[in-house]
Design a protein around this ligand. Sequence first.
Ligand code: G6P
Length: 208
Amino acid sequence: MDGVLTDTVELHYQSFKKLAIEENVPFNREINERLRGLSREDSLALLFNDRILTQPELARLMKTKNKYFLELASSMTAKDLLPGVQNLLDYLTKKGFKIALASSSKNTKFIIERLEIGAYFDSISDGYSVRRAKPAPDLFLHAAANLGIQPAACIVVEDAEAGIEAARAAQMTVIGIGPERRVGNADFIFDSVAAIDLDKLLTEVNSK
Ligand code: G6P
């Protein structure tokens, strides 16, 4: 979801930055890139690298980070869908594909409501669905099981390195969205969702 359907990556960056300044830990866009696809808990562990966090401290930081994020995300609307997403969802629906959403975010349902695209999805797996977040394959396997589809028959669209690793571990075909240095391990790479040539890609997948 984040970075594929909508650009919440920037909102996560702004909210982590506010928290990092308050807590006096180093943070910049390069560190933010490393947080793509990770759960909030894993992101904070990475951010507070050399500080041992107690459970109540971690809970407080998670709550504060999310408060900042929701302040920014509450003004999102259907206009915040990234280019090409609506077309892709319409195309997949028309062709009879089953569509699942698999995001590490605990705000998935909230964001999908803001984007007004809930009706497209046959299944939604989020940060509450599994215990082990990406790069573990669990979230994608949860989605495939919900759809009743074999993992090998699934195609994942991912923008994050951790997500690509998770999809590969789940034995799924993966489309990477973004620069080669980030999504280079994907089976297919496109600059954006709008650039995905699905007909060509499906011909290639089916001929394997
Ligand atoms: C997604 C995003 C991350 C985000 C994480 C946790 O995987 O790619 O950038 O930090 O979800 O989101 P949450 O909304 O639960 O804080």
